[in-house]
Write a new protein. Structure first.
Length: 74
């Protein structure tokens, strides 16, 4: 089974304007926190999709961040 999935995460920060955030901090947040927050939904969706399609349910490991360079391991 092949699947193509697009996810979108929307974060709301009260009492702050987008230009108040440091660009490096935003890049760091989107590189690590967003994938970490999205991962459980991705896992559940793929496993649920496989169950409904009656194909073997994939084992998807927990999300990990490689500490050496900050890149996500999937």
């Amino acid at each position: 089974m092949d699947a193509s999935i697009d996810f979108m995460m929307e974060y709301i920060v009260q009492d702050a304007k987008p230009d108040e955030f440091d660009e490096a901090a935003i890049t760091e947040f989107f590189g690590k926190q967003v994938p970490f927050n999205m991962w459980p939904y991705y896992r559940e969706f793929l496993q649920s999709l496989a169950l409904r399609a009656r194909v073997p349910i994939p084992t998807i490991p927990p999300f990990r961040i490689n500490r050496s360079n900050g890149q996500a391991q999937k």
